[in-house]
Design a binder for this molecule. Sequence first.
Ligand code: PAF
Length: 273
Amino acid sequence: MRLIHSIAELRESLAGERESAFVPTMGNLHAGHVGLARIAARHGRPVVASIFVNPLQFGAGEDFARYPRTLHADCEKLAAVGTDIVFAPDLDEMYAEPQTFTVRPPLADELCGAHRPGHFEGVATVVLKLFNMVQPRYAVFGKKDYQQLFILKGMVRQFNLPIVMLEAETERAADGLALSSRNGYLSAAERAEAPRLYRLLRAAAERVGAGARDFAGIEAEATQALARHGWAVDYVAVRSRASLLPPRPDEHELVILAAARLGATRLIDNIEC
Ligand code: PAF
């Protein structure tokens, strides 16, 4: 496996490759990321993973500075599942000049975007830059970041990028907690509490699946249950899978998404129903 830090070297090593499969990450990899690299390896070669903690997608007071940087361990995990190239640019390489051209996606102010102003602009902008650097045939993203995936699929479609977007189911711990690099921030007591988010989403999804249409009531109940157990809830929302907007009365392909904080740690999760 080659570890590459410069865009020029990346381009040189990918010259002529038309079937590469790409996994963008911010590092601190867990089994979910490794699963994305495995999917990539089943679809294309060479497999390229990027590791870059993107300041553009973090707001003031968020965890950019303390986001864990674990390049060596990440490379070992990626090598073990057949990744050919790890691209890990530094800040100056990625943003050689201030990024004044940015991508402002639709839905940028919805759901997580309402609580993290500028976040999806930062995500879409860095992913577009990475796509231009790697020029992959396939790109793999996890469904845990449901809104991110939705927005990036829209970007690929609307900008006619010749990339096949592959999506991976959320990997979970045995108690249901969605794997996330941010789980490492949780204290032992918070980690014991954290699976409640998924339990409540599952219960809500079962009700919706059984035909309940009182979405506001379902959202409020889950929000109150989380708040009673010490969570600060950003949102629990039943949305259309097709639009990520509140569902029309005749829509049945739905997803319930939630974001909430336990102490200083913000967790997100979702379930399709
Ligand atoms: O999902 C992530 O890890 C990041 O948002 C991404 C897609 C690598 C962009 O920085």
